[in-house]
Design a protein around this ligand. Sequence first.
Ligand code: GLU
Length: 297
Amino acid sequence: MSRPLVTGRFAPSPTGAMHLGNARTALLAWLHSRSAGGRHLLRFEDLDVGRVRTWAYDETRRDLEWLGLDWDEEIQQSSRLEHYAAAIAQLNTYACTCTRREILAAIEESAGAPHGQEAIYPGTCRAGSAQGARPVARRWHIPDWTVCVPDALRQVNVCQHLPSEVGDFVLLRGDGVYAYHLAVVVDDAAFNVTDVVRGADLLGATPRQVALQRALGLPTPRYLHVPLMADFRGERLAKRGGAPSLMILRQGGEEPGRVLSALARSLQWEVPDEVSAGDLLTLWRAHLAAVQPLPQT
Ligand code: GLU
């Protein structure tokens, strides 16, 4: 059986109710997969058990169904731990017992962290770390690479020099939770994800994920980072006091077509007051074509 050309995914963390910003990312990821006739996955990123809310799985599924966004397969990262362990075993990692405070102190003592930028771990534990009762994290001894990743939607090439801009990062936390960067890379490859549509807040995390792909011999998908909706309140959808969750809108009797219309209008798409997800498929293709020539199919 031939595989579809595109496989996309929406990867929510089931830590609470979906808000309109998540819904727009979910919509765009779905539009991207389906407008290409591709497969679409729903992946619950539920590794951080302390933050997971068990009700959030069902409410997320209901929200997506209510909006008319379907999926072909559901994945829960919490049931895939052995795959993350196997990936770590292939990488050059080391145990680290440093606390955040110790790391920050070491940075201050050395060059100092530039203001407003991510603090780069200075490699304190590379030569071995003090053992004892402290929780042990595993860090990746990153290669001295500069990794560049093109973003197909923003038409930018994001480059990072790993040692100076990223630093050895944690793959397995001291509390036993596998890191997001590792899990996302392992799962995108395991489920043949070709196109990653996700929020622009993750653009800066992409080079380190691509570095992991290269080190693990995995393919790199196409990336499309969609703008975030920081202050979006959905015009007429908003109640006083902030962006409503989809669950509140749905349970309050709102029409999903009006929600979809508000999401589309937040992208400056001209749409009627009520639309279906299917109505928006051609608009996504037009949106993509405006930033890049569509591949010949
Ligand atoms: N779970 C992440 C989030 O909710 C998304 C990760 C991804 O799409 O790579 O922001």
